[in-house]
Design a protein around this ligand. Structure first.
Ligand code: C5P
Length: 192
């Protein structure tokens, strides 16, 4: 996410980064809004997304949150049963943005642990986004390098392997190309 924000800014975009807690420095020229929970991220995105031309969802948002939050430390005692933690589903931010009446160009991410091609293609269709970036999560967590695959309506294409910042620059160029293509009338002659 931070590499993509930096690459988009370098390419000339005005970038608003809605970020969970991290030690990473904010990329130069990027405006950052800090959030701590999935609900806060949802609220921060939904309040501002109408002004966005592109929405890139890179956050690994928790799918569930505890249904109840204890105000005080929960003390253990020798006779008490194991506590159960009931969960409640978090809103899906990407799917919610993509379902807006006039959505920005939406790009999703999928970090899978197996069957990347099948899972990522299904995810793109389920969340109804034009472009989804897939990778095998365990191969990349905490590293500077990654290997990405792009999924769109016509199938999947490798974006290549390399340092995250280089892949982010390639992704931003790819998004810019697709935006321009979707703006151009079909009869535009080649070489415009
Ligand atoms: O369903 P899954 O979490 O694998 O989908 C990943 C994609 O959906 C990512 O782009 C992620 O940022 C986005 N997402 C979201 N809100 C959620 C869960 C995932 O925007 N609650």
């Amino acid at each position: 996410g931070y590499a993509v924000a930096r690459a988009a800014r370098e390419a000339g975009a005005q970038v608003l980064l809605v970020s969970g807690p991290t030690a990473l420095p904010t990329p130069f020229g990027v405006q950052r809004i800090d959030v701590e929970t999935a609900q806060q991220m949802f609220d921060a995105v939904m309040a501002r997304v109408a002004q966005a031309q592109v929405f890139i969802a890179t956050a690994a948002v928790a799918d569930w949150r505890p249904a109840q939050v204890a105000a005080q430390k929960q003390k253990k005692s020798p006779d008490a049963p194991q506590p159960a933690i009931a969960l409640q589903t978090n809103p899906d931010i990407l799917a919610s943005v993509a379902a807006l009446p006039q959505p920005p160009y939406c790009v999703g991410f999928a970090a899978e642990s197996e069957n990347l091609i099948a899972h990522a293609a299904a995810k793109r269709a389920r969340k109804n986004v034009p472009l989804l970036v897939g990778n095998l999560g365990p191969d990349t967590f905490g590293l500077d390098d990654n290997r990405l695959e792009l999924f769109d309506a016509s199938g999947h294409h490798p974006l290549g392997a390399g340092r995250k910042i280089d892949l982010a620059r390639r992704l931003v160029a790819e998004v810019a190309r697709r935006l321009e293509a979707s703006d151009s009338p079909a009869q535009t002659p080649p070489g415009r």
